[in-house]
Write a protein that binds this ligand. Structure first.
Ligand code: CMC
Length: 432
């Protein structure tokens, strides 16, 4: 049955608009013909009520705290899959067979090094550079080495998509490790063929010419889990940015580079670093979390790692990471006071009327930083870790835009609230 929504407008006009229903019974009023029919547009600052696309990739029910990729529950993927397998699922829509997975892994392993010319780029950045600035610049520059994938002819760019996807997933990790080492004046470490994804990253970060870094399996597993849990998350700020850039016909490299910039902000991917800074500040002040909660209630600060535009329940990724944080620290024999403060802060906030009534729960960033810190990843690299994890989601969303024959350039409208037309006489008067 075709559903319709009727809209009564102030000038007496009324309009019937179609209603779209998603596979999870989500309903959306389709306003695509609204302006043509009535002259009106919709207004939705921050897009909280706007479906910007029809997508098959990820599903979130924020009220129930559900996240699924291509139909698979995040809890099941976290328990039974690995980052690269989930990446394949997100990009291609199905879990890979063992043959498909080994081909995908082979492509990723063989793409790990970057062109020697790119090493020189790193020399130009001052040591004060933020690694997210470097990463965004490097991902866009990377496209220069693949002219066959950056033709801006969609059909031609798509012919090389499988390689483009694999090499971006591979090289984002190499470029991230290089940005860490360049900033510290350390020599670059070449990737190794024999190491798995997370282990190879840690090798490029922490090995030295005279000493191979050999992390415990618990450490590489925890890093793999963090990457998996960040792999996609529906139409968040950075993914929407990737789709926006892709909608102009821009290539995959340019689009994901823009995604990194969008992710950088403290309200998005920068929140994991902000959480650690907040916990350190709480620890230094001797607070057990109560003062921070009170300050948040007065609007003097935000509790970083709390709240989410979509989740009005516990973010399922936060639950998994909270447990993982305890496990990893125990296995590494680390006792981090910040974990205790985080757990206490959570306990206080979840009982407080302010947080309860606003449905503010810990999000994915609340515990991820504690694990990253235990692994030895410096705080300024936290959003970079998010970017490495989110790469499959950006790639999958770019592909959805690029392969949609009905795709339109994303070009919203606005409600203009500035000066109206002024006449020439008024300008002349001012000149007197
Ligand atoms: N601490 C204290 N109060 C908060 C917080 C917070 N973290 N988040 C929201 N609120 C309050 C806010 O002040 C407002 O109160 P009131 O109704 O009295 O004005 C109410 O809750 C609604 O807030 P909002 O800003 O309208 O909500 P939003 O959906 O626009 O923002 C958010 C979502 C994630 C930006 C926000 O919750 C926030 O700033 N959180 C802290 C930053 C953070 O952890 N970001 C990571 C998000 S998860 C990773 C990702 O997907 O990027």
């Amino acid at each position: 049955m075709d559903l319709k929504a009727s809209l009564q407008l102030p000038d007496g006009k009324s309009v019937d608009l179609p209603v779209l229903v998603g596979t999870e019974n989500e309903h959306a009023v389709d306003v695509r013909t609204l302006r043509d029919q009535t002259g009106y547009i919709t207004f939705d600052d921050g897009f909280a009520n706007t479906g910007s696309c029809i997508s098959d990739i990820s599903f979130i029910d924020g009220e129930k705290g559900i996240l699924r990729h291509r139909g698979y529950r995040i809890e099941d993927l976290a328990g039974e899959s690995i980052f690269l397998e989930t990446a394949y699922l997100i990009i291609y829509g199905e879990l890979p067979t063992s043959k498909q997975l080994s081909k995908f892994r082979g492509r990723i392993a063989s793409s790990a090094s970057v062109h020697e010319g790119m090493r020189l780029f790193f020399q130009g950045f001052p040591h004060t550079s933020h690694p997210m600035a470097i990463l965004s610049a490097m991902l866009n520059s990377l496209g220069c080495y693949y002219p066959e994938m950056t033709t801006h002819n969609r059909a031609k760019d798509l012919e090389h998509f499988d390689w483009g996807a694999a090499l971006l997933i591979s090289k984002v990790r190499t470029l991230a490790a290089m940005s860490y080492r360049a900033k510290r004046g350390l020599p670059f470490v070449y990737p190794r063929w024999d190491l798995r994804y997370a282990a190879n990253f840690l090798h490029m970060m922490f090995s030295e010419p005279y000493h191979d870094y050999n992390p415990k399996p618990e450490v590489t597993d925890a890093l793999d889990l963090i990457l998996l849990l960040h792999a996609d998350h529906e139409q968040n700020c950075s993914t929407s940015t990737v789709r926006m850039v892709a909608s102009s016909g821009a290539n995959l490299f340019a689009s994901v580079s823009a995604g990194v910039s969008a992710l950088w902000g403290p309200l998005h991917g920068g929140a994991n670093a902000a959480v650690i800074e907040m916990l350190e500040e709480i620890a230094a002040s001797g607070d057990d979390g109560r003062k921070a909660v009170e300050a948040a209630k007065k609007g003097e600060r935000r509790l970083m790692g709390f709240g989410h535009r979509v989740y009005k329940n516990y973010d399922p990724r936060a639950r998994i990471l909270g447990e993982a944080a305890k496990r990893v620290l125990t296995s590494m024999g680390i006792s981090d006071p910040l974990l205790g403060i985080a757990m206490h802060l959570e306990e206080v906030a979840l009982k407080d009327e302010y947080f309860v009534s606003r449905k503010l729960y810990p999000n994915v960033d609340f515990y991820s930083g504690i694990i990253l810190r235990a692994i030895g990843i410096p705080v300024d690299m936290f959003p970079v870790m998010f970017a490495i994890g989110r790469m499959p989601g950006w790639i999958a969303n770019w592909r959805e835009v690029a392969t949609n024959p009905k795709m339109k350039i994303h070009r919203p409208r606005q409600v203009y609230n500035g000066k109206t037309e002024r006449d020439y006489v008024a300008i002349e008067k001012r000149g007197e």
